[in-house]
Design a protein around this ligand. Sequence first.
Ligand SMILES: NC(=O)c1ccc[n+]([C@@H]2O[C@H](COP(=O)([O-])OP(=O)(O)OC[C@H]3O[C@@H](n4cnc5c(N)ncnc54)[C@H](OP(=O)(O)O)[C@@H]3O)[C@@H](O)[C@H]2O)c1
Length: 262
Amino acid sequence: MNLRGGMLKFSGKTALVTGATAGLGAEFARQLAASGTNLVLVARDMDKLDDSAAKLRSEYGIAVEVLSADLETESGAQAVAHRLRSGTPAVDLLINNAGYGLRGRFDRNSPQQELDHLRILVTSPMELMHAALGPMLQRGSGVILNVASVAGFVPRGTYGACKAWLISFSRWANVEYGPEGVSVTAVCPGFVHTEFHQRMGVSKKTIPGWLWLQPERVVREGLAAAAAGRAVSVPSRRYTVAAFVSRFLPARLGAYAGKRGR
Ligand SMILES: NC(=O)c1ccc[n+]([C@@H]2O[C@H](COP(=O)([O-])OP(=O)(O)OC[C@H]3O[C@@H](n4cnc5c(N)ncnc54)[C@H](OP(=O)(O)O)[C@@H]3O)[C@@H](O)[C@H]2O)c1
């Protein structure tokens, strides 16, 4: 895969990144800024958004907009959808990245917790893709990158089911819209060093060191796959093999393998 080509494709364009103030989203923003891509950063915390935007502007000389929105709410998703549909400059690259995992088992979580989780991982990304696709198809070009997970390949509660939705939809949408100039890619990382596990209240110590990836690599490989118009990207060889093998595992074994993390 031509990793450098991935960055060149987005130079001078505008990318909207959700969950852009921490972890993978912050790294997407940094790598894109370094290659000359203008940005629209989305997250909830306005101070962090302003801080990230100021650093990216001064370090890379690109234009950065910020949009504070809670993607667990209908109004938050609509505010971002509005920017995608009608704001200027038009968004060339949409990165659906914001997300988190629920610590508790499905039956012990409240229905509201599960609905909020479903909204941020599935409903909001679907709304944002719908909003972005209209103008992208009209222009005959655009790239959508959905941050899924290897958890989408194994039975892993509602988290795995949400990520499986993103992978399945990306596969279909890439075939459907690719010929019209719009590609849709699901990036499926394994464990990555971000704030994810801390926010979920889960210790990282139970997960062996060799299973961890750095955000830099996940983002670099993900952007290259999106630039190449691939439907699915599983960063790193070890997780590519794991994702392949998972297809042949009985549900019980797959669920056991996915039990520790997301
Ligand atoms: N880390 C992993 O091991 C791993 C593995 C596979 C897949 N993933 C996926 O990677 C994506 C990014 O996760 P990460 O690991 O980078 O997490 P992270 O470090 O915890 O960052 C999460 C980002 O999302 C934003 N966010 C959280 N809730 C939000 C909401 N309701 N509305 C808008 N923004 C919200 C946060 O900012 P605010 O709190 O200010 O809103 C933050 O910018 C997620 O979709 C996750 O499922 C992660």
